[in-house]
Design a binder for this molecule. Structure first.
Ligand code: IPM
Ligand code: MG
Length: 361
């Protein structure tokens, strides 16, 4: 298993370190795992003057899967857009054709009280957001600055989706729903946007190939509201790049903390980039405070999707649950009187639980 490691910026290096300990643990058990490290984002700009340099492009192409920490930080906010850290992450998604972003929001029973929503609304939540990741207004051309007809300066972007882009992400949504609760909700803004109207037509057409899945459509404003009103009505949500960005951050709070949310970004052959949904949290970087669980859970997704190793994925997820059940809490998921531990100690707890799971095999 050839894995590229891109720690990135802010808390990225600390949380990735804990995930790498998990990989090293499996390697010590005899798994053939090859790790190569590279730069992305601000770290890459600092090292090579480019947020997605050639060296990282080669590394990423050669790997079977990529583990990413997070990118960005206030130090880079004043740089020209072309070299800002976010261009690193957008660049790698585009270059590798990682069009399918899977963001599961699962509420662990141990964390029910950490959610800002009432237990009776969120307990048992298990929802998957399938976000299109290489199209939409994120990449649409033209974009930029210009003078409008009245001679006033304006900024503009372009939203568009090609039929093939909609079909392939719709299929990912239907396939996922078929293996889960068989309900797919497509989220758009078809009451206003031409792009969304087309999206809705194409998704509805794809539905013909999946008679066992119940398809519904929802406007994005309503979906944002329904997610906090009654999130368990959803099984799988499929949506575009921009709406998926926003709704997945919202969904993260349902499960207690964005520090718990992993993600997978897959190409057509299940090669993937795996990263936590949260950002680089510059305010707590380097202080051993960040929650490494979203990154560790991203590894579980890597074993599941890119390496078809359900056994290792299940062991990681089991170890995370054991650590939570034992009361191990980083600051983001701790309540009032609960004792708070650091990034490394949470890594220790997961490793200890993994060791026990190995002994039990
Ligand atoms: C995410 C992030 C990125 C995005 C940023 C960092 C470019 O918010 O992965 O959700 O908008 O896609
Ligand atoms: Mg986001």
């Amino acid at each position: 298993m050839k894995i590229a490691i891109l720690p990135g910026d802010g808390i990225g290096p600390e949380i990735v370190t804990q995930a790498v300990r998990v990989l090293e643990f499996f390697r010590a058990e005899g798994e053939k795992i090859e790790l190569d490290c590279g730069h992305l984002g601000g770290a890459a700009y600092d090292a090579e003057g480019d947020p997605f340099p050639e060296s990282t492009q080669r590394l990423a192409q050669a790997a079977e899967a990529i583990l990413l920490g997070a990118v960005g930080g206030p130090r880079y906010d004043t740089l020209p857009r072309a070299v800002r850290p976010e261009q690193g992450i957008l660049g790698i998604r585009k270059a590798l054709g990682l069009f399918a972003n899977l963001r599961p929001a699962i509420l662990y029973p141990e964390l029910v009280a950490s959610s800002t929503l009432k237990p009776e609304v969120v307990s048992g939540l298990d929802l998957l957001i399938v976000r299109e990741l290489t199209g939409d207004i994120y990449f649409g051309q033209p974009r930029g600055r210009r003078d409008n007809a009245a001679g006033e300066a304006e900024g503009f972007d372009t939203m568009h989706y090609a039929e093939s882009e909609i079909r392939r992400i719709a299929r990912v949504g239907f396939e996922a729903a078929r293996r889960r609760g068989r309900r797919l909700c497509s989220v758009d803004k078809a009451n206003v946007l031409e792009t969304s109207l087309f999206w809705r037509e194409i998704v509805s057409d794809e539905a013909k190939a999946y008679p066992e899945v119940t398809l519904s459509h929802m406007y994005v404003d309503n979906a944002a509201m329904q997610l906090v009103r009654n999130p368990r009505q959803f099984d799988v949500i499929v949506t575009g790049n921009l709406f998926g960005d926003i709704l997945s951050d919202e969904a993260s709070m349902l499960v207690g903390s964005i520090g718990m949310l992993p993600s997978a970004s897959l190409d057509a052959n299940n090669k993937g980039l795996y990263e936590p949904c949260h950002g680089s949290a510059p305010d707590i970087a380097g202080r051993d405070q960040a929650n490494p669980l979203a990154t560790i859970l991203s590894l579980a997704m890597m074993f599941r999707f890119s390496f078809d190793r359900q056994d290792l994925a299940a062991r990681i997820e089991g170890a995370v649950r054991t650590a939570l059940a034992a009361g191990r809490r980083t600051a983001d998921i701790a309540l009032g009187a609960e004792q708070v531990i650091g990034t490394r100690a949470m890594g220790d707890a997961v490793l200890a639980a993994l060791k026990t799971s190995g002994d039990a095999d």
